[in-house]
Design a protein around this ligand. Structure first.
Ligand SMILES: [Zn+2]
Length: 312
């Protein structure tokens, strides 16, 4: 296996066996990049077909229905909205690639003059068009017919790690962007705390995923961005799941049944006998969670990285 970024040959095997499937991930130490052994695939066929059926946050009830996806994710967009909020401009245009059921884009719409989406899952694309009156293209970016400089801003959240060629993907984004525009990229972090900090054997297989062709660290993300003609203007370390979800993994060596508890501020349903004590404890847990996430971010050990890219 060779590194698709630097060309280094004979990469060592990093991990064998993925979440829900077989597969092998190799590791380039020069790039600090994990690479799935994979073959060139047709993204439109894959993401408009088996993907949503196969993977879901609800482990025991896969559900790719757009309405479900939208409602499940819409309350967990605060970090993204906070960072992009610096660039809100009613005179500017914004394109999100991989907009899913519109959970981010629908909330962004009031803050820009024009928003548009690209989403290969045609069910999701239809849903965003009809529910939110947003133009959504269900083709790969290069096939959407956008002109050079058509957008001020472009985003791709949890998308780059799915692409066969991340450098080419970022170059395609640059092709529709104004020269002084910005690209917002969010990817999973190879230094995910359950991999790099906690001792959770089962997570090592859970983290690696047949749809994720690349596993980025801050260093490899920067190398990819540089190769595509960008510089990283800001890098934010974001933690999605809360500390109780991590404790659950620690004690059970396996995931919670759904992500809803773990993605929200931690809150225990105590019995009703002592409501004030229960409230005080939940306030403590939520305070603890903020501090937990701040410590992870300080050390670059969060689940996700969010990069603001400017063109060189
Ligand atoms: Zn490499």
């Amino acid at each position: 296996m060779d590194c698709s970024l630097c060309g280094k040959t004979g990469l060592p095997l990093h991990i064998e066996g993925l979440r829900n499937s077989d597969g092998r991930v190799f590791y380039c130490a020069d790039c600090d990049l994990g690479l799935l052994q994979t073959q060139k695939f047709d993204p439109k066929a894959y993401y408009d077909g088996e993907y949503r059926q196969k993977f879901s946050e609800i482990l025991e009830a896969p559900n790719g229905e757009p309405d479900f996806m939208y409602n499940y994710h819409k309350d967990f967009q605060a970090d993204r909205l906070r960072i992009v909020g610096e660039f809100f401009n009613p005179a500017a245009s914004f394109l999100e690639i991989g907009c899913s059921a519109g959970q981010f884009l629908a909330q962004l719409k009031p803050h820009f003059g024009r928003v548009a989406g690209v989403e290969l899952d045609s069910g999701c694309a239809d849903y965003v068009r009809t529910q939110f009156d947003i133009a959504v293209y269900d083709q790969e970016l290069a096939d959407c017919g956008f002109g050079p400089g058509e957008f001020h801003y472009a985003a791709a959240f949890q998308v780059l790690e799915h692409t066969y060629d991340p450098v080419a993907f970022l170059r395609d984004m640059a092709g529709v962007l104004q020269l002084d525009g910005r690209v917002f990229i969010e990817v999973p972090n190879l230094r995910d705390p359950l991999l790099s900090l906690w001792r959770v054997p089962a997570y090592h297989r859970f983290y690696y995923h047949e749809a994720h062709t690349h596993y980025f660290s801050a260093r490899s993300l920067e190398k990819v961005a540089t190769a595509a003609g960008y510089r990283i203007e800001a890098l934010h370390y974001l933690q999605d799941y809360n500390f109780m979800n991590h404790l659950y993994w620690h004690f059970n060596n396996g995931p919670q049944r759904t992500g809803e508890f773990g993605l929200a501020p931690p809150r225990i349903q105590f019995n009703d006998d002592h409501p004030e004590a229960g409230e005080a404890l939940n306030a403590l847990f939520q305070d603890c969670d903020k501090r937990y996430k701040a410590i992870l971010a300080e050390h670059g050990l969060t689940s996700n990285m969010f990069a603001v890219l400017a063109r060189e």
